[in-house]
Design a protein around this ligand. Structure first.
Ligand code: PLP
Length: 427
């Protein structure tokens, strides 16, 4: 399938004239349409709730758009909890799915009334202490079935190698302990595979979790209120991939729900999800300008963005589609490496990519950067992170995070004398 862009060259140039390149651009219309589709897909389940995985795109303005669709926040750190609170999401609107959790994070999550999802059985006492000696009424436990998890289309992941979650034995014991400590309502959570490009992942995962829930209810008497399918629903980064169909995914979960939970007398259990990538990745792009071309043993195009702005290609060799704006329909008759400026040879957005001929000054769009994009950035080489902008439904552009300045980069030196010298140089 041809990948389309939600911004024209003219519009991108207009934005670049005001905000400079590179920048992140998010598509409000796309975010809203998708949020609505997710709600519709699970409307059969009255308690359904999506908790947006904040780590994917920790921007409060985007979180607030999702909040309009009753979408909560899945947090796993102190600052993510702060963001949720500031965005007006509190109480059961927050799922705290952390691991290796510091005590003060449990304390804060508990103060906000978040639903705490325990990663390990040893966290029960730790969390109880952090919550001032009294656990919340509702608690969730994270399951890890171990071994391999294989989907019908051959996609698999290795839960047995993953640091997350508890064994079934441990959850059984954890539920019994939690009950004895006064916990009333229970949830089960699992995240078994990432970026699954198949409509079957959630239903297969749900089947396993529903079986486990029925067992746990029978064996421990726990009042199970929700099953959290977590994240892992993928997006089509490559043009030859078929995007997931969220309606089909929702219907697949409904089928298993009716087959397993309803006959077990558990037809009131809520389904929760914690999607990050699926909620945001396709609706965010990096817009960057070609500033150098280089012909040595290969053809290089140097752009003004680098891995600091989008790390996935450098870190995982991840594919991100690239469109040269204004040349959407031109033949892709050149082969380029598209590089950033870091002193790291893996700072390449694309390797041996077929693209139309690129001229200096052309604007390139790097697709599907709306999740695990900006948030994964870092500051290597002292490079600064760029701005985030929202293309509103009415065509206006809203700044939702300014670009970093040298002042931001040096801010953690502000308790030292040398900071005065640095500050003098900050324009
Ligand atoms: C990262 C993460 C998610 C979101 O994953 P996606 O692949 O972006 O959907 C959800 N829940 C937890 C606990 C996570 O760590």
């Amino acid at each position: 399938m041809k990948k389309s862009v939600f911004v024209t060259r003219e519009k991108a140039e207009e934005i670049a004239a005001e905000y400079l390149t590179p920048f992140y651009l998010y598509d409000e219309a796309g975010i809203r349409a998708n949020a609505k589709a997710v709600k519709d897909a699970f409307a059969w389940n009255p308690g359904f709730r999506e908790y947006f995985a904040v780590k994917a795109t920790p921007n409060p303005f985007l979180m607030q758009i999702l909040k309009e669709y009753d979408i909560g926040a899945d947090c796993s750190s102190y600052t993510e909890l702060m963001l949720a609170e500031a965005a007006g999401i509190t109480g059961s609107g927050i799922m705290f799915s952390s691991n290796d959790t510091p005590a003060e994070e449990y304390t804060y999550a508990n103060r906000l009334g978040a639903i705490i999802n325990l990663d390990d059985i040893t966290h029960i006492d730790f969390c109880e202490k952090a919550c001032g000696g009294k656990l919340p009424e509702t608690m969730s436990c994270r399951f890890n079935p171990g071994g391999r998890f294989t989907l019908s289309n051959g996609i698999m992941d290795n839960p047995g190698d993953a640091k997350y979650g508890m064994t079934a034995e441990q959850i059984r014991e954890a539920f019994t302990i939690l009950k004895s400590k006064g916990v009333k309502y229970f949830g089960i959570h699992a995240f078994l595979a990432s970026n699954t490009i198949t409509n079957d992942y959630y239903s297969q995962l749900a089947g396993r979790l529903f079986d486990l829930a029925i067992e746990l209810k029978n064996e421990t008497g726990a009042d199970i209120r929700f099953i959290n399918l977590s994240g892992g629903v993928g997006v089509a980064y490559r043009p030859d991939e078929t995007p997931n169909d969220i309606a089909a995914i929702g219907a697949g979960v409904e089928k298993v729900y009716n087959e397993k939970l309803v006959p077990a007398g558990m037809g009131d259990v809520a389904i929760y999800t914690e999607m990050g990538r699926f909620m945001m990745a396709p609706y965010g792009v990096v817009v960057t300008r070609a500033i150098h071309e280089k012909h040595t043993y290969k053809e290089y195009i140097g752009v003004d963005a680098c891995a600091v702005n989008l790390m996935r290609p450098a870190m995982y060799g991840a594919y991100h589609h690239i469109t040269v704006l204004g040349k959407e329909d031109a033949p892709a008759d050149h082969i380029y490496d598209i590089t950033g400026s870091l002193c790291e040879n893996n700072d390449k957005f694309a390797i041996d990519r077929q693209l139309p001929g690129i001229e200096m000054g052309d604007l390139l769009v790097i697709h599907d950067a709306g999740a695990h994009g900006y948030s994964m950035g870092y500051n290597y080489n002292g490079k600064l992170k760029c701005a985030e902008l929202l293309l509103k439904e009415d065509g206006r552009v809203q700044l939702i995070r300014r670009a970093e300045t040298p002042g931001d980069y040096f801010a953690t030196l502000d308790c030292f004398e040398i900071y005065d010298k640095l500050k003098q140089r900050v324009r």
